[in-house]
Write a protein that binds this ligand. Structure first.
Ligand code: SOE
Length: 384
């Protein structure tokens, strides 16, 4: 069967530009049955040297240094946004208006107001859209979703999650700049809340449903940093750490923690769900493993069982190697590309859509509001 082409225009050549490009390149080899195949048509970055090198390394057919030009091209079907967060809204709105499909790196936006405009843009133009909350597509995490949905945990009481890093402990790191835009409120919108907790919130709502209200605290440990462009010290405005607890719509309680100041942790991402009949827990450090406790097990063998999610009848694993062999972080992006291509063929939505990611954005907004006002905040504020 001759495959249909999906011509990709990628904007942004950083870490995420690489993870997505790797996904586009590998998907055809491992998901041979897809009706569509991605074509790496063009990549865009303001720095010409950088974009030329990137295009050459990843096999893009052409390059642009102005994203508006990329969007205006007739030979691009889908625009993939891998820029810092402050560019997401403008690019997504323009791409949707030009009738392009839009894939956007997480978080959807810097704040709810921008997110609302993005949702409106893709829904008005009726263009296919998705947000790269990639961890949903790790096989062990997808299996957790299947187990929760099958009712194996029964009524859920607790959801516990954290995402811990330590890369900003150094007080000599600058305030913003190309490699450090995540530390600049103007570029990022927020600190760990949008960057890391957004992943925790996306998974939590996917696995356990909506979040009703939150009570949060944030901290900025290094109060001032040097802005290299001006040579001046400026107040740090992003949250270095954020902890919140919440009520889910299903009556369960949630506990969330994220920081870039947990010495020794580079990317510890975990969740645990406790239900009436059983519990699940997962840890990014051992990402193929899902731990499951089934209270119905015979008492003499009852205990946490460790499921090595590599078998052909477990999510995505029929596509890779043979049972027992692990896969990694980068495969979650390959899976997202595969699911996106599949959704074009079936006409179904590819979750998380912009609207799904907007729900995560609502929780982030409530978290930051709660921390600022030192009070509980409802998540039902709506700009849309
Ligand atoms: C931050 O260090 C970061 O790269 C996030 O931006 C990603 O979303 C996360 O997956 C890994 O950590």
């Amino acid at each position: 069967m001759k495959k249909k082409e999906l011509r990709i225009g990628l904007i942004g050549c950083g870490f995420m530009g690489r993870t997505h490009s790797n996904g586009y390149k590998r998907v055809g080899d491992f998901f041979p049955d897809l009706a569509y195949k991605p074509i790496l048509k063009a990549v865009c970055s303001r720095s010409e040297d950088k974009v030329i090198a990137f295009a050459e390394q990843w096999g893009y057919e052409s390059y642009e240094t102005d994203w508006k030009k990329l969007i205006s091209r007739d030979d691009i079907d889908a625009v993939d946004i891998c820029t810092p967060n402050n560019m997401h809204m403008e690019i997504a709105v323009a791409a949707a208006a030009a009738g392009k499909m839009v894939l956007c790196e997480k978080p959807l936006s810097r704040n709810l107001e921008e997110g609302a405009q993005m949702v409106k843009a893709v829904e008005t133009s009726q263009v296919k859209n998705t947000v790269w909350y990639n961890y949903r597509r790790l096989p062990a995490v997808t299996l957790a979703k299947q187990l929760v949905e099958s009712g194996k945990l029964g009524k859920i009481f607790h959801y516990r999650t954290n995402f811990l890093q330590d890369w900003t402990i150094n007080e000599n790191l600058p305030q913003g700049g190309r490699a450090f835009w995540r530390m600049d409120a103007e570029a990022a919108g927020s600190g760990v809340t949008g960057d890391l907790l957004a992943h925790c919130i996306d998974l939590a709502m996917w696995l356990n449903g909506g979040i009703k209200d939150v009570s949060a605290m944030t901290e900025i440990f290094v109060k001032q940093r040097l802005r290299e462009e001006t040579g001046k010290m400026e107040d740090v405005k992003i949250d270095d750490a954020c902890i919140f607890h919440c009520h889910f719509d299903n009556g369960s309680l949630g506990l969330f923690e994220s920081t870039r100041y947990a010495r020794g942790h580079k990317a510890l991402f975990t969740f645990e769900i406790n239900g009436e009949k059983g519990s699940l827990r997962w840890d990014l450090h051992d990402l193929n493993k899902l731990e499951y406790f089934n209270n119905a097990d015979e008492s003499i063998v009852k205990g946490w069982r460790s499921i090595h999610v590599t078998d052909g009848d477990q999510p995505y694993m029929d596509k890779w190697w043979v049972p027992g062999l692990s896969i990694g972080y980068e495969h979650s992006f390959v899976h997202q590309v595969a699911d996106f291509l599949k959704s074009i063929a079936t006409g179904e939505e590819c979750h998380p859509t912009f609207r799904d990611a907007y729900e995560t954005q609502k929780v982030c907004e409530a978290v930051l509001l709660s921390a600022k006002n030192k009070c509980w905040a409802d998540t039902d504020v709506d700009w849309n």
